[in-house]
Ligand binder design. Structure first.
Ligand code: TYM
Length: 334
């Protein structure tokens, strides 16, 4: 069976963007049963910018609870944290020697995150996409569900696979397909329709956190930026209306409908009518997840047991692929 791999950083809490763009779709792929599904908390990626160790541990466990609460079943999917499978870092090194400086310099995430002072960014932040390629290729994963913002990194993953195969004259690593599908692959800030919803935005009102309670969700949606017009009856009517489009996309993502289906239902309404529908839907979908997350967090040893089990399963797949890679490259004793 073909294999799916995807990852989420345990840095800060989960947002509605992570949920709709990634986690909900991870669950769909698990339930489809057409692929073996491998999902990872990428703690090694998180430390490319400094993390408080205690907070990192907590965020990793909370993310694991989030995966399970959202519907990832450790009996159906492999669920683990990256550092517990050392093959990621080992293959990452090999890929550091395959990827080119120029490729990394073109990454928009690198440019955004390093900012003006690139000299002071960590070397790990620069090499970030090579480790990401290792995450995926250590499993020979063919399909990677992600949000729109990871597209460029997945193109680099393809380039790494192609160059490795070419440099060593092998046909070993698959060329991975990004899976960027559905209405909510790019959830935008509630305050500014030109900015991505992000856990690092200084304004908490810009995002819905998976742990927000019902009142907070309702308040953030009520205050979300819109334009004075009502809702159109066709998707065409959302052009050049980024805030309106975003709220409709969120509704579609949460309800599992297409944008056209949503507009067939709510077209003609004012935002004052639509927003309460949206917050009811959001609370309906998110509240059970955050309640379950909190419950799971009460038994940390159970979470740690699930993670350790997942790491064992992950390593069973990754270790032989790493060994073969070492042989191809010319390492003695591989
Ligand atoms: P991260 O942790 O920033 O985000 C996790 C996933 O959530 C998606 N996402 C969004 N989708 C829609 N709208 C948004 N506003 C939004 N914000 C975040 C991201 O696209 C992502 O799918 N580099 C990755 C983690 C990673 C990874 C991997 C992913 C490491 N190795 C291997 C796939 C395969 C990242 O930083 O995601």
């Amino acid at each position: 069976t073909p294999r799916v791999f995807s990852g989420i950083q345990p840095s800060g809490g989960l947002t509605l963007g992570n949920y709709l763009g990634a986690m909900k779709r991870f669950v769909d792929m698990q339930e489809a049963g057409t692929h073996e599904t491998v999902y990872c908390m990428v703690d090694l990626h998180a430390i490319t910018v400094w993390q408080d160790p205690e907070k990192l541990r907590r965020a990793t466990r909370e993310l694991c609870a989030g995966f399970i609460a959202a519907g990832i079943d450790p009996k159906k999917s492999i669920l683990f944290n990256q550092s517990a499978a050392p093959e990621h870092a080992q293959l990452g090194w090999i890929f550091n020697c395959v990827a080119r400086m120029g490729w990394m310099q073109r990454m928009t995430q690198w440019k955004d995150k390093a900012g003006k002072n690139q000299q002071n960014a960590s070397l790990g932040l620069f090499a970030y996409p090579a480790l990401m390629a290792a995450d995926i290729l250590a499993y020979h994963a063919t399909h990677v569900p992600v949000g729109e913002d990871q597209k460029q990194h997945l193109e680099l993953t393809r380039d790494v696979a192609i160059k490795f195969n070419h440099d060593y004259g092998v046909d070993f690593f698959p060329v991975t397909e990004p899976v960027i599908e559905g209405a909510a692959t790019r959830v935008m800030s509630l305050r500014d329709g030109s900015k991505k919803m992000s856990k690092s935005d200084p304004s908490d009102a810009s995002r819905i956190n998976m742990t927000d309670d019902a009142d907070t969700i309702a308040k953030k949606i009520r205050k979300a930026k819109t334009d004075p017009e009502g809702l159109p009856s066709e998707a065409k009517g959302l052009e050049d209306r980024p805030e309106a489009r975003n709220l409709v996309n969120i509704y579609a993502g949460l309800s599992g409908q297409t944008v056209d289906q949503v507009l067939a239902e709510v077209g003609g309404k004012q935002f004052s009518e639509f927003k309460p529908l949206l917050s009811d839907l959001a609370v309906d979908k998110l509240a059970p997840i955050s309640t379950e997350m909190a419950r799971l967090m009460e038994d940390q040893s159970e979470i740690d047991r699930i993670l350790a089990h997942g790491a064992g399963q992950a390593r069973e797949i990754a270790a032989p692929i790493l060994k073969k890679t070492y042989e191809i490259v010319g390492m003695v004793g591989a």
